[in-house]
Write a protein that binds this ligand. Structure first.
Ligand code: PMP
Length: 300
């Protein structure tokens, strides 16, 4: 596999980072998680919302004071080139990451030497069709701790603590509450509930990442399903009494949640609205819905 490293496309064996690297030592970096989807009938690979992912990448860098040393147009072009030279002809996950490139000890973000890598990877491990989850004992990071609307490498210790706790307790994933006790999101997913044919998802002010899948789902629910959808703070009890609950995310797609803290949600199966959204989302990301074709960048 080729990897993008500082303007060059190198074989994976040639890419290295020093153990002294400040980004590695303190988690000083930011990243994105992008996906490309293979369309078998068109023999085409489409990258989904590439521009929006790079927009969020720069917003992360800016909020963290971490200067990304290339323009978004360059990263856009290099991402397409990377997929081509790796001859990707299947669904793939793309990870751009910018880290502090210095090898000195003091933990600060204002370095003038930052490194950018982009690599592709398989994510077929997320195969469970429906999840049993738990509310975490860990609180979601808040705006005065680590900016929650960014994707900082170090911030994912918060997600990893919650996810690990959930898995050690026999659940598939964790749900975070905010410091005020509102529902925030999953460890690496946004959350939606369906109640009486209305959809509700927590607002940005409840310390969520402004997910790109979340945004796509809000648009498709509005325009295609014509169901009411609201951004509103949710209590833990509203989760338990929802008709349907699902996660959204680039890696996970649309994923039904059938149990929370051992309470059965709805009928304990994927609900009809979740199923409809999941199937329409799959059409959209593969470039099969012309209303959303602007979101899909062709590679070949
Ligand atoms: N929240 C967190 C903390 C995440 O890491 C992710 C994955 N990027 C999401 C939500 C979902 O965001 P997106 O739909 O943009 O992948």
């Amino acid at each position: 596999m080729y990897i993008f490293d500082q303007g060059r496309f190198l074989d994976e064996s040639e890419v290295s980072v020093s153990v002294r690297n400040k980004g590695l030592n303190y988690g000083l970096g930011c990243f994105e998680g992008i996906r490309a989807f293979w369309n078998e009938s068109q023999k085409q690979l489409f990258v989904f919302r590439l521009f929006d992912h790079y927009k969020r990448f720069y917003e992360s860098g800016n909020s963290l004071n971490l200067r990304i040393p290339y323009s978004s147009m360059d990263l856009f072009r290099w991402t397409i080139h990377l997929l081509k030279i790796n001859s990707i002809r299947e669904d793939v996950y793309i990870r751009p990451i910018c880290i502090n490139g210095e090898n000195t000890l003091h933990p600060d973000l204002s370095s003038s030497f930052n490194r950018v890598f982009i690599y592709c990877t398989d994510i077929s491990y997320i195969s469970k069709p429906a999840l049993k989850v738990s509310v975490s004992s860990w609180t979601r990071i808040g705006s005065n701790m680590i900016p929650p609307q960014t994707k900082p490498t170090g911030g994912y210790l918060n997600s990893a603590l919650a996810s690990t706790e959930a898995k050690l307790n026999g659940f598939d994933e964790a749900i975070f509450l905010t410091k005020d006790g509102n529902v925030s999101e999953g460890a690496t997913e946004n959350i939606f509930i369906v109640k009486n044919k209305q959809l509700i998802t927590p607002p940005i002010s409840d310390d969520i990442l402004a997910g790109i899948t979340r945004d796509t789902v809000m648009r498709l629910v509005n325009h295609e399903l014509k169901l009411p959808i609201f951004e509103k703070s949710l209590s833990r009890t509203e989760l338990y009494s929802a008709d349907e609950v699902f996660f959204t995310g680039t890696a996970i797609g649309i994923k039904p949640i059938i149990q929370i803290d051992r309470r059965v949600i709805g009928k304990g199966l994927e609900g009809p609205i979740t199923k409809e959204i999941r199937s329409r989302y799959d059409h959209i990301v593969r470039g099969n819905n012309m209303n959303y074709i602007g979101y899909c960048t062709p590679v070949y």
